[in-house]
Ligand binder design. Structure first.
Ligand code: NAD
Ligand code: IPM
Ligand code: MN
Length: 352
């Protein structure tokens, strides 16, 4: 198969982790007889430096016409003082919103080899922690009416029935293929948009009688994630709650550097991105963990290209390298072998 991929490395550790993921993708191509071609686009802080804007039409158009997109991360302290609408992070929202990528899948899977890197006690996390966070990605407070008016600033969380229904349906459909448990997370004790959200979940539940549904308020959900993470199978939630809970869930897997994501619009097209940011504190040091980005490529192969064996081959290689005791600094525990970003990429590519 021939596939054309848009690369958006971004800022900070973004270019380094994307380079490792491309290394792995090229080996998959050779091994399975596929041709992957690439175009690289600017977005985020690097685009501000080059063009004055975080997201150009060229980048959005190039990504839109590709077969899929791989994004590193955007942002950093260098651009923290630029005007709100020109911040690097706006590029990410422009790409997600501009391409209609409303469904963000963030699988929090604890590799058994990383049990010691998980901050929770073994008996709490148990074996085989596997939670799928289904995050709404193009609505809510990120995209609502916002502004600054003298000494007042505001951001609005608003949702339509259609926006809620399409993401909640994804949650149910994914739960049907897993352990058939769906937890909807909201703040329906206070927010109107959450009350609508909960009504829709309850209404749709009758169409998915095989799925057991429960509702949690987001504050309780954040607590339950560390009290008893095994109660969760699929979590479906709005944009900002999903952002926060997925960072929390990622640490249970050992590190935020382990968590990939797929941002989908309902057909085979998608943008694939680690859930972490540009990690300015470790940028340029060759210590960032590239696994979240490499696993994002596995998700690309699975969801956009229907290459299930190829995706599984990447995941197996990651597992083998962890079995062999190799760890980047973020997942390092005593007596393991510490490696840098490039070496981790090489090891995973070789294991293929
Ligand atoms: P961050 O995720 O960049 O970093 C949080 C902490 O996790 C840091 O200590 C960092 O070193 C560590 N970390 C992150 N990724 C890692 C990896 N792969 N390997 C090892 N350690 C890793 O979050 P932040 O510091 O809050 O944000 C930094 C910048 O990134 C900000 O400008 C923010 O807006 C941006 N950001 C971008 C994205 C994105 O592009 N998708 C996501 C989150 C944050
Ligand atoms: C993420 C990031 C982004 C988000 C920011 C950088 C806009 O935190 O991808 O999780 O909040 O969605
Ligand atoms: Mn985030």
């Amino acid at each position: 198969m021939k596939k054309h991929i848009a690369l958006v490395p971004g800022d900070g550790i973004g270019p380094d982790i994307v380079a490792e993921a491309v290394k792995v993708l090229d080996v998959v191509g050779k091994k399975f007889g596929h041709t992957f071609t690439y175009d690289t686009y600017l977005a985020g802080g690097c685009a501000i430096d080059a063009t004055g804007k975080p997201l150009s039409e060229e980048t959005l158009a190039g990504c839109s016409k590709s077969d899929s997109v791989l994004l590193g991360a955007v942002g950093g302290p260098k651009w923290d003082k630029v005007a709100s609408d020109l911040r690097p992070e706006k590029a990410l929202l422009g790409l997600r919103g501009g391409m209609g990528l409303f469904c963000n899948l963030r699988p929090a899977i604890l590799y058994k080899q990383l049990a010691d890197a998980c901050p929770l006690k073994n008996e709490i996390v148990g074996e085989g922690l596997d939670i799928m966070v289904v995050r709404e990605l193009t609505g809510g407070i990120y995209f609502g009416e916002r502004g600054r008016d003298g000494d007042k600033a505001y951001d609005t969380m608003s949702y339509t029935t259609a926006e809620i229904e399409r993401i909640v349906r994804k949650g149910f459909e994914i739960a049907q293929k897993r352990k058939k448990r769906l937890t909807s997370v909201d703040k329906a004790n206070i927010l109107n948009s959450s009350q609508l959200w909960r009504e829709i979940v309850e209404h749709l539940a009758s169409e998915y009688p095989d799925v057991a549904v429960n509702h949690l308020y987001v504050d309780n959900a954040a607590m339950q994630l560390v009290r008893n993470p095994r109660q969760f199978d699929v979590i479906v939630t709005e944009n900002m709650f999903g952002d926060i809970l997925s960072d929390e869930a990622s640490q249970i897997t050992g590190s935020i550097g382990m968590l990939p994501s797929a941002s989908l619009r309902g057909d085979s097209f998608g943008m694939y991105e680690p859930i972490h940011g540009s990690a300015p504190d470790i940028a340029g040091m060759d210590i960032a963990n590239p696994i979240a980005t490499i696993l994002s490529v596995a998700m690309m192969l699975r969801y956009s290209f229907s290459m299930e064996s190829e995706a599984a081959a990447i995941e197996d290689s990651v597992s083998k390298v962890l079995d062999a005791g190799y760890r980047t600094a973020d997942i390092y525990t005593e007596s393991m072998k510490k490696v840098g970003t490039k070496e981790m990429g090489d090891l995973i590519a070789q294991a293929l």
